[in-house]
Structure formats: structure tokens, C-alpha cells
Ligand binder design. Structure first.
Ligand SMILES: C[S@@+](CC[C@H](N)C(=O)[O-])C[C@H]1O[C@@H](n2cnc3c(N)ncnc32)[C@H](O)[C@@H]1O
Length: 205
């Protein structure tokens, strides 16, 4: 077996993607107020996915202050592309709108206030990419709504799947014929928590 990089965890913590002042400010706010945001590694990952898939329509479940929404919106290069993001907390949604506007993405992001399960019923789709980042117990409950709204070949990404509350979702999507999925348990520097799981699932039926 070839030699591995020694102390790989420290080594890979040296590759936190650079980001602008606004995102750093939102990270500091999140730390002070204990708001669980994805951090710069998963944020950059979302940007890369949105860009590589040339997304026209992205749906996010769980906005908080708009941190991950800014990464997703930044990855939209398709003219007329949009991000719809859902948040149950009205005050948080107002903060997100303000931050998204400061990032220069007000024209391509709609923040909807409400319970995800209820808002999903009012949306039309199809979406190219859906990012799930709400209460982990709600992942399972919203899976069929996400399936209906995602185009065939579209990608579902779920954060924090190493949380106990996601275990039913993990099992369901793993065995459901509508999806092909991988659960990646990874070191995610500056993510809360630092070791966590991400699910990537493509809709195949
Ligand atoms: C983990 S935070 C989202 C963080 C954000 N994606 C980021 O990384 O910047 C989860 C947010 O989803 C909201 N939320 C949780 N469950 C929800 C539900 N069932 N419907 C609507 N919003 C929900 C919470 O109020 C919270 O602001």
C-alpha cells in the first residue's frame, strides 16, 4: 500500500476554501449565536455542485441566516436560474433576505417562510438540485415531496446524516428504488459537527 499523508486530519484542515468578508461575518455570527451552518467546506461543495450541474432551479430546505443559500446562489450561472429556500422562523428569514441581498443575489433567491412540509405542496418544480438542512427527523417526512419536485437525474444532498434523527431517512433512501445514493461520513473542517455525514442521492425513477 502506498504511503498515506501523515496526520491527515491536520493536513486537510489546511484546505479551508477562501471566502469573502460577508461569509466570514456570517460564520462569526453563527458561532456567537450557536446557529448551525454548513461552514466553508460544505458551502464550497454546494457551490461546486450547483455550478457543475448548470442548475436552473435549486431548492433549499432550511435557510437560517442565508449562509449556504449564498453559496448555492453563487453557483447558479444559468441566466434566469433561481434558488428557492424555505425557513420556518420569520425573523431568521428576514435576516437571510438581508444577507442574500448584501451578497448581490436578491434577484435569484426567494426565501419562503413556513413549515417545509406545507411549502413543498405549493411549489411546482422541477428542481435540478435540492439541499436538505432542516430538523433531521423531518428528512424522512419530506423525502417523497422532494422526490416529486426533483427532476429525473436531479440531485438530493442531505446534511448532518450522522445525526441519530437522520437514521430512518438514511435507511429509507438507501433501499428505495427511486434513488441511487451514497452516505459519506467525512471530516468536514469548520462544519458543525466536524465529523458528520452527507448523503448524495440521484433520482433515477
Ligand atoms: C441547520 S439550520 C440551516 C443552516 C443553513 N442551511 C446554512 O448552512 O446556512 C436549519 C434551519 O432550518 C429551519 N427548520 C428546521 N426544521 C424546519 C422545518 N421543518 N420547516 C422549515 N424550517 C425548518 C430552522 O429554523 C433553522 O433555521
Amino acid at each position: 500500500m502506498p504511503d498515506m499523508i501523515p496526520d491527515a486530519e491536520t493536513y486537510f484542515r489546511g484546505f479551508i476554501p477562501p471566502r469573502d468578508e460577508l461569509l466570514i461575518e456570517l460564520e462569526q455570527e453563527a458561532q456567537q449565536e450557536h446557529i448551525p451552518i454548513v461552514g466553508p467546506v460544505v458551502g464550497e461543495f454546494l457551490y461546486i455542485l450547483a455550478k457543475a450541474m448548470n442548475c436552473k432551479a435549486i431548492l433549499e430546505l432550511g435557510t437560517a441566516t442565508g449562509y449556504s443559500a449564498i453559496y448555492l446562489a453563487g453557483g447558479i450561472s444559468n441566466p434566469g436560474g433561481i434558488l428557492t429556500t424555505i425557513e420556518r422562523d420569520e425573523a431568521m428569514a428576514a435576516r437571510a433576505r438581508e444577507n442574500i441581498s448584501r451578497a448581490g443575489f436578491a434577484d435569484r433567491v426567494e426565501v419562503r417562510v413556513g413549515e417545509v412540509a406545507e411549502v413543498l405542496e405549493k411549489l411546482e418544480g422541477p428542481y435540478d438540485l435540492i439541499f436538505m438542512d432542516i430538523e433531521k427527523e423531518d428528512y424522512q417526512k419530506t423525502l417523497s415531496g422532494c422526490h416529486s419536485l426533483l427532476r429525473l437525474g436531479g440531485l438530493l444532498v442531505a446534511d448532518n446524516v450522522a445525526f441519530l434523527g437522520a437514521s430512518e431517512f438514511n435507511q429509507t433512501i438507501f433501499t428505495d428504488n427511486h434513488w441511487r445514493c451514497v452516505h459519506l461520513y467525512s471530516l468536514l473542517p469548520n462544519h458543525s459537527p466536524e465529523k458528520d455525514g452527507l448523503t448524495l442521492a440521484v433520482r433515477i425513477e
